[in-house]
Write a protein that binds this ligand. Structure first.
Ligand code: GUN
Length: 289
């Protein structure tokens, strides 16, 4: 067996092309141009790359975009004030705070401070809650992108065994909920799970998001499984690698995402979708904030 590649880059490019066209029509009908503000604190090189990619995607499809960079020394109260200003600024439709944040900035509280209607990351408890209940809302970008990738395979999700390795609030927990909402039987593991293989071997759908090079090997995968690799790591030689041993796991999987050009581009495409959706919905949000 030779697994088929889920081409995240091509699927994301398709979405971006459609959004660009939609935005062009939206603007000619005198609608406001959506605006996204991306906040980066500190100078983590990986964060800088992601933030710049988000900015570039906005430019390409016609979303106004601004990057706000703050030093790692910014105080918690000053940081919350900056978010407060953006919440009140009617020209801003979407606010994204790039993770990770320095510890003193208490990311959970930061996500609650972002106005729920501008929360294009879908990390506000209100938006997480909507996902929990299977209601339409702004969904976290990476899990949303993963669902689009799974849909692209044409495989029915209902009744499948899904295993998620990773329990973060950004990927693991929200994707587990999305899969539950689609009728999968879901197990959530993490890097400390005892006998991880016992779980992964049962997975028809395996989503891996732990950030450890090649922790999923061929012997841990069920024949014909769909493999989604969210990892973006560097190995000892400094080479980019996912959480899945792609070359060998490909031999037993039915579908598999590569790294790069798998999940990564979908995160950006989903963020663009969320920003446009947030802009459309603004003024209609009935929740109090
Ligand atoms: N860091 C890694 N992934 C993400 C994401 O999806 N959103 C934000 N804000 N930060 C991240």
């Amino acid at each position: 067996m030779q697994g088929k590649i889920i081409d995240g880059k091509a699927i994301a490019d398709d979405i971006l092309k459609k959004l660009k066209k939609e935005l062009k029509e939206y603007k000619t009908n005198n609608n406001p141009i959506p605006k996204l503000v991306v906040i980066q604190v500190g100078e983590d090189p990986a964060s800088t790359i992601y933030v710049n990619k988000k900015h570039k995607a906005c430019e390409e499809i016609g979303i106004d975009s601004e990057i706000k960079r703050f030093p790692e020394t910014i105080s918690y109260s000053d940081f919350l004030k900056e978010i407060g200003k953006l919440n009140k600024d009617d020209s801003v439709n979407g606010i994204l705070v790039q993770m990770p944040l320095p510890e003193h900035l208490n990311h959970k509280q930061v996500f609650e401070t972002i106005a729920v209607e501008k929360d294009v990351d879908g990390f506000h408890p209100f938006n997480h809650g909507k996902n929990l209940l299977g209601k339409k809302g702004i969904a976290p970008a990476t899990p949303k992108g993963i669902m689009t990738l799974l849909e692209s395979t044409g495989v029915t999700l209902e009744g499948k065994n899904a295993v998620v390795v990773g329990r973060s609030n950004i990927v693991g927990k929200p994707i587990a909920l999305m899969l539950i909402n689609e009728g999968c039987t879901v197990s959530v593991c993490n890097s400390k799970t005892k006998n991880l293989k016992m779980f992964t071997k049962e997975a028809d759908i395996l989503v891996v998001a732990v950030g450890k090079c090649n922790i999923i090997t061929e012997d841990m995968v069920k024949k014909g499984a769909i493999i989604i690799d969210v990892g973006m790591n560097r190995n000892k030689e400094g080479k980019l690698c996912g959480d899945v041993d792609f070359e060998n796991v490909k031999k037993v999987a039915s579908w598999i995402t590569p790294v790069p050009k798998g999940v990564g581009p979908m995160t950006i495409a989903s963020l663009m979708e969320n920003t446009i959706e947030a802009c459309k919905q603004q003024g209609k949000c009935t929740c109090s904030k």
